[in-house]
Design a protein around this ligand. Structure first.
Ligand code: PLP
Length: 379
């Protein structure tokens, strides 16, 4: 089955309980058990084993092309549970130099306390990557925030295989519509399902997918750490997954059209979007990805002051952090997602006060472009 068919039919039970075409929410936490069942197989909500959960896991696995998947209570629960599964005291981890702020803060603030060692790698420079005897995993992101860089992901896969370490990727910005990491050879993929997978800015959730053996290990860790997704949130997520392809393709198309519009404006200084031929990763991103995603960032020629005027002149996008929903959102990362970094670190990473980040929704792109044109006239 192709992606959109999997999105609708993947993981579905036919016939559903009581003939229901839509899989219901099993709100109950307690189920009868069989003698001899292992702790992790008893049906209990925190153990991620109830019918609604297993249904969602099967749907997520279908979309990722995975043997198995497990949902978590947030994207952060996904990444922290993965790392706690793969690493013990004395182990070493390779991490990308650009990571989502929460992931970056978790690794930098907690690794030493947990007895983990880590080294930071440049995902664009495979020749500089080195393992140690105790290296267990490498962690990268598909498309980075907020400069939208795409690393040498095929090299990450071959490097991990050659060195016998686990390759882990945060695919939140791409979603499985634009990139299926397991099909490309990664061992584990995770998402902040809060973003594109749910896509309506009304659920916080995460997903992890990979081989049955690895996902079972992650689920057992999750069962003990307790980062379980609530059944109502799981229901909303499963429902949203059915429209994932339709939504993300519209977001890809809208983002490309907006990026091209912005490039053509004399008021705009620089536009970061991997779908533009001038983007430093355009060539290998074109080979890797099915679409370039709904995220872009740009700077106005008038700098931070112009950015402030521009944001307040827009009428359609909400000025808000987060991303991946059907509504267009706009933010200045230096004041939201990256406000926790020092000004020097932000400057070194290119996240200056004038940088504007856009999460493009599914509105009619002509309306978005008209709104942007009017706001640019006021700058
Ligand atoms: N990974 C990326 C790329 C993100 O953007 C986020 C949140 O913004 C996360 C992980 C964490 O996800 P959550 O907020 O669902 O915990």
């Amino acid at each position: 089955m192709r992606f959109d068919t999997l999105a609708v039919h993947g993981g579905e039970r036919v016939p559903g309980p009581e003939g229901s075409v839509v899989f219901p929410i099993f709100q109950g936490t307690v189920f009868t058990s069989e003698p001899g069942e292992s702790y992790h197989d008893i049906k209990y909500h925190r153990l991620n084993s109830t019918p609604s959960q297993v249904y969602l896991h099967d749907k997520l696995a279908a979309l990722e092309g995975a043997e198995a998947a497990v949902a978590t209570s947030s994207g952060m629960a996904a990444v922290t549970t993965i790392l706690h599964t793969l690493l013990g005291a004395g182990d070493h981890l390779l991490v990308s130099d650009v990571l989502y702020g929460g992931t970056h803060d978790f690794v930098t603030a907690h690794a030493a306390r947990l007895g983990w060692e880590y080294s930071v790698i440049d995902p664009q420079a495979p020749d500089s990557w080195e393992v140690r005897q105790n290296t267990r995993a490498i962690l990268v992101e598909t498309i980075t925030n907020p400069l939208l860089r795409v690393g040498r992901l095929r090299d990450v896969v071959s490097f991990a295989r050659t060195n016998g370490i686990v390759s882990v990727i945060d695919n939140t910005f791409a979603s499985p519509v634009n990139f299926r990491p397991l099909v490309a050879g990664f061992d584990l993929v995770f998402n902040s399902a809060t973003k594109y997978l749910n896509g309506h800015s009304d659920v916080v959730a995460g997903s992890v997918a990979g081989s049955t053996a690895l996902v079972e290990k992650v689920r057992h860790t999750l069962n003990l750490y307790g980062g379980t997704l609530d059944p109502h949130a799981g229901y909303l997520l499963a429902r949203s997954l059915k429209t994932l392809g339709v939504r993300v393709r519209q977001q890809n198309a809208n983002a490309l059209a907006l990026a091209e519009f912005l490039v053509g404006s004399s008021k705009v200084g620089a536009v970061n979007y991997p779908g533009l031929p001038g983007h430093p990763d355009h060539e290998h991103a074109s080979e890797l990805l099915n679409g370039f995603g709904g995220m872009l960032s740009f700077r106005l020629a008038g700098g931070a002051e112009a950015a402030e005027v521009f944001l307040s002149a827009l009428t359609l996008p909400a000025v808000a952090p987060s991303l991946g929903g059907v509504d267009t959102l706009i933010t200045r990362p230096a004041f939201t997602s990256h406000a926790g970094m020092s000004a020097e670190d932000r400057a070194a990473a290119g996240i200056t006060d004038d940088l504007i980040r856009l999460s493009v929704g599914i509105e009619d792109v002509e309306d978005l472009i008209a709104d942007f044109a009017t706001a640019l006239d006021k700058v």
